[in-house]
Design a protein around this ligand. Structure first.
Ligand SMILES: Cc1cc2nc3c(=O)[nH]c(=O)nc-3n(C[C@H](O)[C@H](O)[C@H](O)COP(=O)(O)OP(=O)(O)OC[C@H]3O[C@@H](n4cnc5c(N)ncnc54)[C@H](O)[C@@H]3O)c2cc1C
Length: 391
């Protein structure tokens, strides 16, 4: 085999060992398995699941999920927000993204859909299997001493990636932020029922310090609340949610805040980012947060990971030589990914979103990214409304 384009023959049977059954690991496993690879996916936890809040999947991710056959189920189980509104001190500031093709869904549902698609594609999922590193020669190293060889080994083991940290020839910049977020899923109250509430609302107050509630309906029965404050505001950074502190600042959301205070399974996370170069070493490659964790200001971390995972499988299909494919893949995806990281860091640091999200063409560049793996038919099924093109 050489570094030239693939002859297109289908008789190559290649094997991948993948670390981490999060959104990125599941997506890359499905994408490879659907292209004829045998895939074994290792999850350190005893169960494959994601914790219980919600997520926005932007157009870029939906195009990628169409390629692996999962987008239809997401549309059926999620909510397409009618608009993305911003409110300051209870007063409307802006209403944007009318008709833009993006979806909100609960994380457990998205995870379950990906697990079921992975199993259907023939991916072997091994739970309770902790990975400690990778050998660039093409092997995944497990905590119990097992060495598993593959044509490709993939670190999809999240922001703290053991695979990444074992690959000494990669450069890494990691950063932890002061800002953090509490995330909870609440039962959808009567007052927020009905299609007019199927929209994202970004509620802000700025005095004496910035507090924000991102309100996202994820289905007829659930609302995802992202509740953000600086970590110096200790009471607003607690789980369970401090109902007194939050309802004082957001009196118009008292019912929802009350429910957030009683929600189970919530969590608080500080933002963290990592920038890694290059994304691969020999036959070992990183996808998802392992390669490019980003601030959540654009809500694009998982979406970019999903895009890169699907494109990785597509590029590997085009080359017989794994190393050549990895170089081309990174060349295709790196610019878009770096820009998303830089933009979301800037937005998180400046908190400009309180004045309206300002979804300019530049801000929407990541969401509008069309991965090379996508067909014109799929692109046509996700039209960007004319009004949204004219910012
Ligand atoms: C507040 C907030 C809001 C966000 N909102 C959005 C949004 O709306 N839209 C969006 O697209 N993105 C969003 N993101 C980003 C998104 O959550 C992440 O980018 C995404 O979950 C990363 O997925 P992953 O599969 O790369 O990593 P992870 O979700 O971290 O999954 C890694 C998996 O690997 C397993 N693992 C870890 N170490 C090992 C090991 N050593 N061996 C075996 N298994 C291991 C873990 O148990 C886990 O299952 C948000 C992030 C935050 C913090």
């Amino acid at each position: 085999m050489t570094g030239t384009h693939s002859t297109g023959s289908t008789d190559r049977s290649r094997h991948a060992e993948v670390a981490g059954a999060g959104f990125a690991g599941l997506t890359v496993s499905i994408a490879l398995a659907r292209r004829g690879w045998t895939v074994r996916l290792h999850e350190q936890n005893d169960q494959v699941r994601d914790f219980g809040a919600g997520i926005l999947l932007w157009r870029n991710a939906m195009l990628a999920l169409e390629v692996i056959g999962v987008a239809g189920a997401i549309r059926a189980n999620g909510v397409q927000p009618g608009t993305y509104d911003t409110s300051l001190n209870g007063d409307p500031v802006s209403s944007e993204l009318a008709g833009y093709p993006y979806w909100a869904i609960t994380r457990p549902k998205l995870h379950a859909l990906l697990v079921s698609a992975a199993r259907a594609a023939g991916v072997e999922i091994v739970t309770g299997s902790r990975v400690v590193g990778a050998d660039p020669a093409g092997a995944l190293l497990l905590a119990d001493g097992t060495r598993l060889e593959g044509d490709l080994v993939i670190g999809a083991d999240g922001a703290g990636s053991a695979v990444r940290n074992s690959l000494g020839d990669l450069t890494q910049e990691r950063k932890k932020y002061q800002d953090g977020v509490c995330r909870v899923l609440i039962p959808r109250p009567e007052e927020f029922q009905g299609p007019e509430w199927d929209r994202v609302i970004d509620f802000w107050t700025l005095e004496p310090d910035a507090m924000r509630i991102l309100f996202i309906p994820t289905g007829p029965d659930t609302i995802y609340m992202g509740m953000m404050a600086t970590t110096t505001n200790e009471r607003a950074s607690r789980i369970p949610i401090d109902v007194e502190v939050w309802s004082k600042r957001f009196p118009h959301l008292a019912t929802a805040v009350e429910l957030a205070g009683r929600a189970e399974g919530g969590r608080h996370d500080n933002y963290q980012t990592n920038r890694v170069a290059p994304w691969s070493s020999g036959r070992a490659v990183l996808v998802g947060d392992a390669a490019h964790a980003m601030c959540p200001a654009l809500g694009q971390g998982a979406s970019v990971g999903i895009v890169n995972a699907v494109e990785l499988a597509h590029t590997l299909d085009q080359y017989d030589d794994v190393g050549a494919a990895l170089a081309v893949w990174e060349e295709r995806e790196r610019g878009m990914t770096d820009a998303a990281q830089a933009r979301s860091a800037y937005m998180a640091e400046t908190r400009t979103l309180a004045k309206g999200n300002g979804f300019t063409a530049e801000v929407m560049e990541t969401a509008n990214f069309e991965l090379p793996a996508v067909t014109p038919e799929i692109v046509a099924a996700y039209p960007v409304p004319e009004g949204d093109r004219s910012w």
